[in-house]
Design a protein around this ligand. Structure first.
Ligand code: BMP
Length: 261
């Protein structure tokens, strides 16, 4: 049912503050595109975030790959998220016990919870990882995604493991608002957001196990909500990332319009 509704309709009915904001941005900017900015210097990350900002709803970071990380980078990313109206998703993939992830999420060098609207975790340690992250993130109105599936070849996140993610998300829906996965996991009662990596305009693989599917397949057929695109946008020689971002924005949005028709 949620598959046929607009992002705007779902925003109005949703209990999670972050989801209302996210769907609102998507409607306003007509985009379900997230940039996976696997960029390794501060200057390049800021440059691409500024250029591609108008076309995306979410900027996905791997903050620990930035060679010259500092607090100023974070301050400037937050300023860009306000300038262009997108959310920041630190793709941290927490995977430890509750007490440890609390320290990793709130503190350390990166202080992720202080600037990332969204982060994610594996449920391999059990429910305590969600409870630990929630203690830090919920008071700040942050949101958590569970890695219900992965896009890479041979992923073990399948079958009953995937189902367990959905079960825990329902139990912690005051903080968990969705999944990394390839399709919708919503049912009649629960409206979850799926964000899908491994997206390219041409399907295929890279040499290290990544598997790419098209926006049409992911959004229209599988009912996912947001496409995450990295190298399809910033690693095409001779083409500007903003030009490619607009191409992916349009492909993702057209697939969504076709779905809700
Ligand atoms: P690219 O489009 O360049 O393949 O980038 C994909 C991005 O999505 C990477 O940042 C990767 O860490 C992330 N990702 C993924 O590829 N598959 C998953 O299952 C989960 C991810 O977070």
């Amino acid at each position: 049912a949620f598959k046929a509704q607009t992002y705007g309709e779902r925003a109005q009915a949703h209990h999670h503050t972050l989801v209302r904001t996210l769907f609102g941005i998507m409607e306003e900017k007509k985009t379900n595109l997230s940039l996976a900015a696997d960029i390794n210097t501060k200057a390049e990350l800021l440059e691409i975030a500024d250029k591609v900002g108008p076309y995306i709803c979410v900027l996905k970071t791997h903050i620990d790959v930035i060679a010259d990380f500092d607090q100023d980078l974070v301050d400037r990313l937050v300023a860009l998220s306000k300038k262009h109206n997108f959310l920041i998703f630190e793709d941290r993939k927490f995977a430890d016990i509750g007490n440890t992830v609390k320290l990793q999420y709130g503190g350390g060098v990166y202080k992720i919870a202080s600037w990332a609207h969204i982060t994610n975790c594996h449920i391999i340690p059990g429910e305590g990882i969600i409870s630990g992250l929630k203690e830090v993130g919920k008071p700040l109105d942050r949101g958590l995604l569970l890695l219900a599936e992965m896009s890479s070849k041979g992923s073990l996140a399948v079958g009953s493991y995937t189902d367990k993610n959905v079960e825990l998300a329902k139990k912690h829906k005051d903080f968990v608002f969705g999944f990394i996965g390839s399709r919708t996991f919503s049912d009649e009662e629960h409206d979850f957001v799926t964000m899908t990596p491994g997206v390219n305009l041409v399907s295929g693989n890279d040499s290290l196990g990544q598997q790419f599917r098209t926006p049409e397949h992911i959004i229209c057929e599988n009912g996912s909500d947001i496409i995450i695109v990295g190298r399809g946008i910033y690693a095409q020689e001779g083409v500007q990332p903003e030009e490619l971002a607009e191409k992916y924005r349009k492909a993702g949005w057209d697939a969504y319009l076709k779905r809700i028709q």
